[in-house]
Design a binder for this molecule. Structure first.
Ligand code: ZN
Length: 200
């Protein structure tokens, strides 16, 4: 496709197109929108990006991303310090927070074990999790990992390591999604839902 704008604008479009969820067409639309709203949007966005990029740190306690260390979640006195929710990625932490699912602390592993991709225990923050689990204040570790082979392998591995810690280890329920119709579910989800049925 021939360039229809100067290199500065083409560069903006190319960078926007690298964002998840934005293809080349929506990147062009977003760039045009930013350009039209230079004063109200582009300038504040530029400054917000610069400030965030200067200040971003990884929390030394839980591995969350924030602009303070320890992070906002770790220093929040209203959170239950006895429960640690283990997630693979910061995106999962944000998803659980968006759902207001639980008022606990977190531990971000930085991925899941994946022998095929060469990701082993030393590449994740598993050691830090085990030492947090031995804190007397911690009573429960919730493994909120993906229902994939890698996610479940990681959950088993961590469960084995937590054998000597004085904590209850739990994992997310597998089953029928809220608003889900049985006829549309895959066999794996349906059979897990039947196996893990609960009393009414
Ligand atoms: Zn933290």
């Amino acid at each position: 496709m021939p360039a229809i704008a100067g290199p500065e604008i083409e560069r903006l479009i190319q960078l926007l197109a690298r964002l998840p969820g934005l293809g080349p067409r929506s990147a062009r639309r977003a760039a045009l929108h930013l350009i039209k709203k230079r004063e109200q949007l582009m300038a504040p966005l530029t400054s917000a990006l610069q400030t965030a990029s200067d200040k971003i740190v990884i929390c030394r306690v839980c591995g969350n991303i924030d602009t303070q260390n320890p992070c906002t979640v770790c220093v929040d006195p209203k959170r239950d310090p006895s429960v640690i929710v283990v997630v693979a990625d910061v995106a999962d932490l944000w998803a659980l927070e968006r759902a207001s699912a639980i008022n606990a602390r977190y531990h971000v592993l930085g991925g899941t074990l994946s022998p095929l991709d060469g990701i082993g225990p030393q590449d994740l923050t598993i050691d830090a999790l085990i030492s947090r689990a031995h804190d007397a204040a911690v009573k429960e570790i919730i493994l909120a990992l993906n229902a994939t082979v890698d996610g479940q392998t990681t959950a088993h591995y961590i469960t084995d390591l937590l054998h000597n810690a004085n904590v209850k280890v739990t994992r997310l329920a597998h089953g029928v999604p809220v608003g889900g119709e049985l006829d549309y579910l895959d066999e794996g989800t349906l059979s897990a839902a039947i196996r893990q049925r609960t009393a009414v």
